[in-house]
Ligand binder design. Sequence first.
Ligand code: HEC
Ligand code: HEC
Ligand code: HEC
Ligand code: HEC
Length: 368
Amino acid sequence: MLPNWFNVWNKENPTNVYGPAVLVGVLGGAIFLAIMIVVWGQPAATNSLQTGPRGTGMSMAEFTRDLGTPDPDIAELSENEPYIPDGSEALAKDIYSNVQVLGDVTEDNFNRVMAAMTEWVAPDQGCAYCHGDGDIETYGEDTLYTKVVARRMIEMTQNINESWEGHVSANKQVGVTCMTCHRGQNVPSEVWFKIDPVNEATAGWPAVQNRATPLSQYTSLPSNALEAYLLNYERIGVHDLESRVANEPGDPLIQHAERTYSLMNYFANSLGRNCVLCHNTRAFYDTEQVTPQWSTASQGIAMVQEINNDYLVPLTDVLPADRLGPMHGDAPKAACKTCHKGYQQPLQGTNVIKDWPELATTGVPVYE
Ligand code: HEC
Ligand code: HEC
Ligand code: HEC
Ligand code: HEC
């Protein structure tokens, strides 16, 4: 097939073509890759979020591709504008028999809220989840625990939006609705129960520590940080500027420092950020060097203590046994991650309250 002179020449001059072929292949591959990166962009490109002054290392790197991925739950938020009342409409308290919280809401808006609550909390079960299978005349009855809980949840949501506006609308109007926690589930994800030791034989510090539990963020740190700080009101600060501490009675112990770090790990994981979102890490104790987010977080601590103590724990007797905690029979409790779900702002700062003035205040709703 090839001319004869070539075959002769080839036979007399044996050449190893593999070396050059590999070289050409590698070079070609590298050029191809370079062209791809130029055309499509660098897949591992990062962006950094600076939270404090330059030179203090207060920044967090993130892959650019992750920044472009929205929280999938945002797509589930449906727009549903309120009917602006003109004052002539009948109110829910006049029409229905047993409306204790949403009484000042007009009929149209009341039904709008019921439909939304169904979508947020019980999309599979529908109205029957709280009202049973009877016809609409029976909807005034409080026979199911779910309805009793839901009424308290409405009050809790109104209170969060009204009294804790400084947290839930810290930067701009965001607010919370049932969706912020529930996301279409009967019981929200990221609720927690007490898991500290149940009897004397297992009591003591070792029992709350060195166990990889979700509550210790799978570290060797104590598992009872949420209980101590977000249910009970124990002191979080542990720092002392003295090099040797006298160890007066009541001074924090090294275990308390570990428990504080357990809580702080939980904060970081709840928000998908690290410590520099709130602290200048050269001085965790110094409130002069913190970021604005530290103050928002501080309010968040007080808000969660109130949510747990005033709203969730008192529901213990209303809930059926299968909803209670495995070790202490306690009610499910909320904390930062119940709302934040791993994002710096829940639902990435989407304004969820704008269509729901009924849930924004404990008083008569104000329509714009
Ligand atoms: C997550 C629980 C829940 C779901 C789901 C739910 N409701 Fe309700 N419903 C309540 C609560 C709580 C009240 C009482 C509100 C109050 O006291 O202010 C109520 C009250 C009512 C009332 C007034 C009854 C009366 O006579 O007092 C009607 C009517 C009603 N709901 C209709 C509906 C309809 C229709 C649906 C389905 C589209 C629905 N609800 C879904 C919790 C729920
Ligand atoms: C701050 C987070 C949060 C918000 C906001 C919230 N919930 Fe809940 N909800 C919880 C937690 C935690 C539980 C489980 C504890 C309990 O049942 O007491 C729960 C339980 C419930 C249950 C009982 C479900 C079951 O099957 O046991 C109902 C019904 C409910 N919520 C309705 C609502 C409604 C309606 C709204 C909005 C008006 C709402 N929730 C807003 C956190 C929240
Ligand atoms: C979302 C904000 C936020 C994040 C993220 C955060 N912290 Fe904190 N941290 C706070 C707040 C607020 C306090 C003060 C709590 C109080 O005393 O009421 C605090 C207190 C502390 C304290 C106690 C300071 C003292 O005075 O003794 C330490 C230590 C600490 N944080 C370490 C960390 C570490 C380590 C991380 C990262 C794993 C972290 N924090 C992440 C908000 C945050
Ligand atoms: C009831 C729901 C809810 C709970 C519980 C909650 N947060 Fe928030 N948080 C929000 C909302 C909503 C925002 C958005 C406010 C805004 O961007 O205007 C927010 C904002 C923040 C911010 C400010 C973020 C920023 O970009 O400025 C920090 C920090 C924060 N939360 C920390 C916490 C910590 C720590 C906890 C637990 C102790 C907590 N949150 C519990 C709803 C909640």
